[in-house]
Design a protein around this ligand. Structure first.
Ligand code: GTP
Length: 292
């Protein structure tokens, strides 16, 4: 949900339909609601409702179609265009959406994306802007405690936000995380990450990251990997070359990205020179069945 031109369709197509950021420049306004169903992590179906943000549609969602739009919602993702010229009317619309959500889906989770962050060049200013939204939104929503992310289709921030959203939707995440952690120890890897196969969103990551701030830095690194792989896979597709796997080795580490289960890719990084790359690959092969 969000006003027209905020970037809702762009992010959906980038994440779920292999669009590039450039492709989104040609998009027209969404007519009413575009429904799509995405198969995620094997048997999880994500039903995504992309609600066109033109006034006539918004009026309709908040009146005649209220129950249909806001009923049975698991997650509401509200997209704010940070270039908006009228923040107050944006907040009014947001309040109305949350009011309807409270009536029909009290248990829903709310995420707010402060979008088009690429328009702010300075990193400190970016953080300041997101913080301003965070404070303003925290004051408005009593029932829902929205998580706020700064995003842009031009960098990994969009993957970061969507990975966090999806992480909360996968029901057995704690089990996956526990098993992945055992796999990391048994294979003497330092970092292991699971990516969803179609979207390359990060679903789970484990690694030795004891120092403060290291976990956040690692997550940002994985999001950059997500974004790069998607771009690379897109280029492979354009050249009609199959994307299979990636292997990188130097004196400090070995890195493998391999198809894993039918719905995931795995990234494994080892730094111990005594762990032979062939052994790591054999371990990945052996673990495949366990995770299938
Ligand atoms: P409606 O369908 O009318 O509700 O609009 P929408 O929210 O779906 O917006 P849409 O995705 O069609 O994007 C509008 C324009 O914003 C397009 O030209 C996109 O290329 C552009 N856009 C989307 N995301 C970003 C972003 O992160 N940064 C910048 N600079 N432009 C973006």
């Amino acid at each position: 949900m969000g006003k027209s031109g905020a970037g809702k369709t762009s992010m959906r197509l980038l994440i779920f339909s292999n669009y590039t950021a450039n492709d989104t420049r040609r998009l027209g306004a969404t007519i009413d609601v575009e429904h799509s169903t995405v198969q995620f992590m094997g048997d999880l179906n994500l039903n995504i409702w992309d609600c066109g943000g033109q006034h006539k549609y918004l009026d309709n969602y908040l009146n005649e179609q209220k129950e249909n739009i806001f009923g049975n919602v698991e997650v509401l993702i509200y997209v704010f265009d940070l270039e908006t010229t009228n923040k107050d009317s944006e907040y009014v619309l947001y309040d109305e959406c949350l009011h309807s959500l409270a009536t029909y889906s009290r248990e829903a989770k709310v995420y707010c994306l402060v979008h088009k962050m690429d328009k702010i060049p300075d990193a400190e200013q970016k953080e300041h802007t997101v913080e301003q939204y965070r404070r303003a939104l925290a004051k408005r929503s009593d029932l829902f405690k929205p998580e706020v992310f700064g995003t842009s289709i031009w960098d990994y921030t969009l993957y970061h936000a969507w990975s966090q959203i999806v992480y909360k939707l996968v029901p057995n995440m704690a089990t996956i995380e526990r098993h992945l952690s055992s796999f990391r120890q048994l294979s003497e890897a330092c970092e292991v990450v699971l990516f969803e196969r179609a979207t390359f969103l990060v679903v789970c990551s484990v690694g030795a990251r004891e120092q403060a701030g290291a976990a956040a830095a690692a997550l940002n690194k994985y999001m950059s990997v997500s974004q790069s792989i998607k771009t690379y896979r897109y280029t492979c597709g354009q050249m009609q070359l199959p994307f299979q796997n990636i292997e990188m080795r130097n004196k400090r580490y070995s890195l493998f990205i391999e198809p894993f289960t039918k719905s995931t890719y795995i990234l494994v990084v080892t730094t111990d020179p005594d762990v032979e790359p062939a052994v790591t690959k054999a371990n990945i092969n052996a673990a495949r069945q366990h995770f299938a």
